[in-house]
Ligand binder design. Sequence first.
Ligand SMILES: Nc1ncnc2c1ncn2[C@@H]1O[C@H](COP(=O)(O)OP(=O)(O)OP(=O)(O)O)[C@@H](O)[C@H]1O
Ligand SMILES: CC(C)(CO)[C@@H](O)C(=O)[O-]
Ligand code: BAL
Length: 285
Amino acid sequence: MHVCRSIAAIRDAVAGFRATGHSVGLVTTMGALHAGHMSLIAAAKRDHGRVVATIFVNPTQFGDPKDLETYPRTEAADLAMLEAAGCDAVLIPRADEIYPEADETIVETRDLAVRMHGALRPGHFRGVATVVTKLFNITRPDAAYFGEKDYQQLQVIRRMAHDLHMGIDIHGVPTLREADGLAMSSRNVRLTPEDRAAAVCLNRALDRAERMAMERASPAQIEAAIRATIADEPRATLTGLDIVSPGSLAFLRHSPDAPLSEPAAIMISARFGEVLLIDQREITP
Ligand SMILES: Nc1ncnc2c1ncn2[C@@H]1O[C@H](COP(=O)(O)OP(=O)(O)OP(=O)(O)O)[C@@H](O)[C@H]1O
Ligand SMILES: CC(C)(CO)[C@@H](O)C(=O)[O-]
Ligand code: BAL
């Protein structure tokens, strides 16, 4: 695996892959890698001759300086995992090479960025869209792979790649979970043991919502049941709950009081102590 710490080095590595006729799949991460990230690498490997990963804790997508400061950093273990998964090259850039001076240019999706998770973390999706554009321009992949857990992020990137004619296929990969159902996430290591146990309420609420949708419950009933499930867990504070159209994240077309009759995405976020966790479920009734 090529370990590249500069833009020039990763460009050389990718040029080598292209010169030998290989297509390139990209997996962007902020490190502290876990099996969920490896499922993105596996999806990229399935489709492409060479896989490139990036590890960069992007400062411009953090509103809260404490969140940035305490974001887990485990580079040696990350490199071992990527190597074992068959990743071909990794870019670990310095922040001052990605952001050489105050940025004049930003990339921003409009409606998709300001609602839901974007309202909780103002500027977050502008930071994500801008850094992902930079990473796309640096590595020029054929396709890029993102987790469905970060559902709004996936829609922001799909839309950005489409609107800006980037010519990169964007793939969503299903959420990998711990044995008890908690979505794997780098931030899980920051949970206290008590909060870690409590955090399964997110998946429990989504399971309950899915069962209710199959039994012809309405969006209003489903929302009430999710709120009740989270309220039953005293360590959880619900920070966001939206039932929207998959992809567009638009409001559902039909009445909240009629049985759910169109595909929907349920997006949920909750705080456990200082840690904000998100989860999501797409449902086709
Ligand atoms: N459990 C998971 N299953 C599949 N993909 C995942 C999972 N968790 C994260 N990803 C994806 O991995 C990529 C990199 O995410 P990131 O490095 O932020 O990790 P994370 O676990 O989501 O961390 P965070 O705690 O910051 O949310 C994103 O596309 C993200 O959606
Ligand atoms: C896409 C991403 C790498 C951009 O910094 C980040 O938001 C993430 O890890 O999901
Ligand atoms: N996984 C999304 C990156 C973030 O929370 O900042």
